[in-house]
Design a protein around this ligand. Structure first.
Ligand code: ADP
Ligand code: MG
Length: 319
């Protein structure tokens, strides 16, 4: 099997240990494909094996401004050579583009908050002038870790801030103006899908913050002490028709693994506002529930590698 290794595409080594441990449990090594830099020779055959893409939209916040663009190039090359890529080109294109996520979610029948994607502050102001009364969110189209999310009591404030040039921008120049989903209890839900199927859902009691990265390394002790977000694995949090619509969206988009975030309004209706194709799992929530998504994910990768690449490598006669 070692001639068909599993490669992990990423740019943040800090997020790898849970997966390293899960590979070790199965006695399997993986190839670390860190795309914080690199070069590929397009005339060359890519290495053999199965590839798993964990490139993150927030790469720029770790000094890797162009790693997602580079990952797109690498993934296109791999796919052109027929290499199986888990979370391939479909995933990387949505990871860095919330507007595309929302458009495709809606098309698959998944409810999403009303959103305008605007290029430039003048267009943000125009949209904000016409917005209904009530709270509104302004967020970068290329998001990650809750960075740059701004909540306003009313869209009129957004008009003023846009005119003053004091709105936080997005790395891709596109700003989203979005209805704020006011929840009854301040919690949101993150549903984790592995192999395109729901694995579990976690309730996130946000504690008022928008920075909700579930990974252990994202929870500095001060944040925990001051009551940062709390993650709990919950049962029956995704009703069957809603789950089916999200699974349809994932299948249509060629996305195998994703954390899909949604909030429920006062009437309990869910709205999906974020899809994380690079997803991290909260170890405390998993320990309390006795489940391991990293293990399920690694087992899925091994199964897919064995299923898709089990046949002997291309037979004789190849040039
Ligand atoms: N439309 C919304 N209504 C209510 N809360 C929202 C909305 N959009 C974002 N949030 C809050 O902000 C957090 C971060 O927003 P998100 O779109 O997930 O960005 P990121 O990609 O940075 O995680 C969410 O987890 C949620 O708590
Ligand atoms: Mg999010």
């Amino acid at each position: 099997m070692t001639d068909q290794p599993i490669h992990v595409i990423h740019e943040n080594p800090e997020w790898l240990p849970p997966f390293e441990r899960a590979f070790a449990v199965r006695g399997e090594a993986f190839v670390d494909l860190d795309l914080s830099d690199g070069a590929i020779d397009l005339a060359a055959e890519p290495p053999a094996g199965l590839f798993y893409n964990r490139m993150s939209a927030s790469a720029h916040s770790r000094g890797h401004r162009y790693s997602p663009e580079y990952a797109s190039a690498v993934i296109a090359w791999l796919e052109a050579h027929g290499r199986p890529v888990i979370n391939g080109s479909g995933a990387i294109s949505l990871e860095v583009n919330k507007a595309a996520q929302l458009a495709k979610l809606k098309r698959a029948g998944v409810p999403v908050p009303r959103t305008v994607a605007a290029l430039g502050d003048a267009r943000v102001a125009e949209a904000a002038k016409l917005w209904d009364e009530g709270p509104v969110i302004v967020k970068p189209n290329r998001g990650g870790k809750g960075l740059g999310i701004q909540l306003f009591e009313d869209a009129r404030e957004v008009v003023e801030r846009a005119a003053a040039g004091t709105l936080q921008g997005s790395i891709d120049g596109i700003t989203l103006l979005q209805d704020y989903i006011a929840t009854a209890d301040g919690s949101v839900t993150r549903a984790e899908f592995i192999g395109g199927k729901l694995f579990y859902a976690v309730r996130i009691d946000t504690g008022g913050t928008f920075e909700l990265c579930p990974a252990d390394v994202c929870a500095p002790e001060e944040a925990e002490a001051t009551g940062g977000p709390v993650f709990t694995v919950v049962e029956n949090a995704v009703e069957p028709a809603f789950q089916a619509s999200i699974e349809r969206f994932l299948a249509d988009g060629g996305i195998d693994i994703a954390g899909v975030e949604f909030a429920r309004d006062a009437q309990g209706r869910p709205f999906v506002y974020d899809v994380n194709t690079n997803t991290n799992y909260n170890p405390d929530a998993e320990a309390a529930a006795g489940v391991s998504a990293p293990q399920a994910l690694v087992d899925y990768l091994i199964r897919e590698r064995n299923r898709r690449l089990a046949a002997p490598k291309v037979a004789a006669g190849r040039g």
